[in-house]
Design a protein around this ligand. Structure first.
Ligand SMILES: Nc1ncnc2c1ncn2[C@@H]1O[C@H](COP(=O)(O)OP(=O)(O)OP(=O)(O)O)[C@@H](O)[C@H]1O
Ligand SMILES: [Mg+2]
Length: 254
């Protein structure tokens, strides 16, 4: 295995809260330009794992490598600047700005207050290639035809896609989506996952997808890690994972 093939690698990552080992020696490798899913029942440690990777918590032990670089213990904003972004980490869309303005604002937000970036945009000529890139992103997530609508007019699923679009506009190389289809009905959930897959195909980006609704998400993903009570218990392709007796036990046991 060539380490250049992986955007994120963790080695024996561990994080405890008091006596509870929420993440227990978790080692995973996320292949570049994949959709890699982290699944497992409530309380398995999925969100804590992402929080440790993105600097929200410092690990008790273990290492995190992002794009070949040791990022263990770096603060969240530095990890964000390197291109590892959790969607809810990006400032929420400006409700009164249009979809296009929100995407353009995100493009300018790295390293400065996004509000200042927006204000500046009103004075500085917006480069043609930025608009082109913004439309390429918006096309892929079905937002182009709403480009001049203010964000507050979007529906819930469209707002989620605007969030992902903005992560991409920020220059993210790895986007962690924590339950993007949570609380969304199956038709919308499939649409959101289709957009995510299209983004992966059109852009040089990787997704770490946290989900427990495996029935809907599995067909869209390339590789799966299953966590249970802090540990990775199974890994493999979607086909391998659904046939694994441990996975069946965890999900029937729920
Ligand atoms: N800040 C915290 N302080 C104390 N305990 C925590 C904290 N954050 C998480 N935990 C505990 O760590 C364990 C793992 O929680 P985590 O939220 O990572 O699970 P999860 O797999 O994301 O679950 P869900 O599917 O419900 O989102 C749980 O037992 C939880 O109660
Ligand atoms: Mg969670």
């Amino acid at each position: 295995m060539n380490s250049n093939d992986y955007i994120l690698v963790t080695k024996e990552l561990t994080k405890s809260f008091g006596g509870l080992v929420a993440v227990n020696r978790v080692s995973i490798s996320v292949r570049k330009n994949s959709i890699t899913m982290l699944m497992g029942p409530n309380g398995a440690g999925k969100t804590t794992f992402v929080n440790v990777c993105t600097g929200v918590y410092r690990p008790d032990s273990g290492k995190v490598f992002f794009d070949g670089r040791d990022i263990t213990g770096l603060p969240p904003h530095e990890i964000y600047k390197l291109g590892f972004v959790r969607t809810f980490q990006i400032p929420i869309p400006f409700q009164s700005l249009t979809v296009l303005e929100n995407v353009l604002a995100a493009m300018n937000s790295v390293g400065e207050n996004p509000l200042i970036a927006v204000v500046k945009r009103r004075w500085v000529r917006v480069e043609e290639d930025m608009i082109e890139k913004a439309f390429k992103i918006m096309d892929t997530v079905g937002l182009s035809r709403f480009w001049d609508l203010p964000a507050y007019k979007l529906g819930a699923a469209q707002l989620k896609m605007l969030e992902v679009a903005r992560a991409l506009a920020v220059g993210a190389k790895l986007i962690a989506l924590d339950e993007p289809i949570g609380g969304v009905d199956p038709a919308y959930a499939n649409r959101i996952l289709t957009y995510v897959r299209d983004l992966k195909e059109r852009f040089d980006v990787t997704f770490l997808l946290i989900e427990h609704r495996i029935d809907i998400a599995l067909p869209y993903v390339d590789y799966v890690y299953v966590m249970d009570r802090g540990s990775v218990v199974v890994e493999g392709t979607p086909n391998e994972v659904v046939k694994n007796p441990k996975v069946i036990e965890i999900y029937i046991g729920e």
